[in-house]
Write a protein that binds this ligand. Structure first.
Ligand code: GLP
Length: 248
């Protein structure tokens, strides 16, 4: 088992390649259970999916989505909440039923219960068919920071200093960045049927190389994906620049 690598020229090509895989999956299975990610990386892919919906009739009416994570105590009206991000960057531009879009509820009064229920919802939907992932500069996936167990399920996590700093660019000041989030665990993610991980830019090159070619270690959470039976990394040339073995 190893990660399939697809190296493309740049961010736009990465986005189009990912959107095509997702669109094909939706056409093959109109009630696809689709796992979604936030961050700057998947925005271009979402734009391409919106274009396909508008120009080619790509139909989201039966698609069910699960997002990887959400900040704790940021209301859905906050522009940096992941619910807001998804509404703005994808959901309100396509014909998805909003009640079929699940983002963990970071405002819940009972976060442990919310985590359990999120796992239950995924199970009841029949499991996630296709999961889109980004990667943090430290190799994190969703909010599974270095050191997180590979067995974890959806849980409350403390963000690392590195991630707080990386994500501060989206907030007015670093103090505003939430210190905690709800996140699917690596155990949850490893059960999805197919994974597409996107990475663009030289800032992700080291994380991509370590994840693909380094040892499988909790120090680099994405390295566990080497054990996933159906995982593709779509990297642009900069993100692939530290790989020793290039595209197969
Ligand atoms: C956040 C998200 C991750 C995302 C990462 C990288 O920490 N929780 O899901 O992959 O940021 O974000 P970006 O794509 O903006 O580099």
């Amino acid at each position: 088992m190893s990660i399939n690598i697809s190296i493309v020229k740049d961010y736009d090509e990465m986005s189009r390649r990912a959107a095509r895989i997702i669109a094909d999956a939706i056409r093959n299975k109109p009630n696809l259970v689709l796992g979604l990610a936030t961050g700057s990386t998947p925005v271009g892919c979402y734009q391409e999916l919106i274009r396909m919906h508008k120009e080619e009739g790509l139909d989201f009416s039966r698609v069910i989505t699960f997002n990887l994570d959400e900040y704790i105590r940021l209301p859905p009206t906050h522009p940096q909440s992941y619910r807001y991000f998804m509404d703005e960057n994808l959901f309100r531009h396509v014909n998805i039923k909003i009640e079929n879009t699940y983002v963990p509820d970071g405002l819940s009064a009972d976060l442990q219960r919310t985590c359990k229920e999120f796992e239950e919802l995924i199970k009841r939907a029949g499991g996630i068919d296709l999961q889109l992932l980004g990667i943090g500069a430290n190799g994190h996936i969703a909010f599974n920071e270095p050191g997180s167990s590979f067995d974890f399920r959806t849980m409350v996590v403390n963000l690392s200093e590195r991630t707080i700093k990386d994500n501060a660019r989206f907030f007015k000041s670093i103090e505003e960045v939430p210190r905690q989030a709800l996140s699917m665990g690596m155990g949850t993610i490893m059960e999805v049927r197919k994974i597409i991980l996107l990475a663009s830019g030289v800032g992700k090159a080291e994380a991509a190389a370590k994840s693909v070619e380094g040892p499988i270690t909790t120090d680099v959470p994405a390295s566990i994906l080497q054990r996933h039976p159906n995982c593709i990394f779509i990297l642009d040339e900069e993100a692939a620049s530290k790989l020793v073995r290039k595209a197969r």
